[in-house]
Design a protein. Structure first.
Length: 141
């Protein structure tokens, strides 16, 4: 059993509280299956070149009409060191060259504006969109 920590506003739990060794194993197996079957998603594992330590993830998800969606995550100890920017650029170049993708989209929640500019650094054009709930989102293409 682990202690519950909180201050009335924030509650800390084990990270990630919803993941188990089994669900993590299933995720890795699913990502591998997508690669081997030429499925619609390709998940990359960005690593620090000098140490080969896993730094996060970058995913390309193929959609219709030559469009692909990008997503990324960077582990805390690697944030602020360019891993998201470099990972997205590498995955985007690969998707354009190898998958025949014509347009890439990265959806950015409104409260992530600063993060988005740090990640994109002018690589993609920005446009505003709305999601199905009607809340504004930012989209980089």
């Amino acid at each position: 059993m682990h202690p519950a920590l909180g201050d009335g506003t924030v509650v800390l739990d084990r990270y990630p509280a919803r993941s188990t060794p089994e669900t993590v194993r299933q995720a890795f197996e699913g990502w591998a299956a997508e690669w081997s079957s030429n499925g619609p998603s390709r998940t990359f594992a960005p690593r620090e070149a000098a140490t080969n330590v896993l730094a996060g993830g970058v995913q390309v998800r193929l959609r219709e009409s030559g469009v692909a969606h990008l997503s990324y995550w960077v582990f805390a100890q690697f944030r602020g060191r360019g891993f998201a920017t470099r990972g997205l650029r590498l995955a985007a170049a690969w998707a354009l060259a190898e998958l025949g993708v014509e347009r890439l989209e990265l959806y950015i929640e409104p409260d992530k504006r600063r993060e988005a500019w740090l990640v994109l650094r002018g690589s993609l054009r920005e446009k505003s969109t709305e999601n199905t709930s009607g809340s504004a989102r930012r989209c980089a293409t």
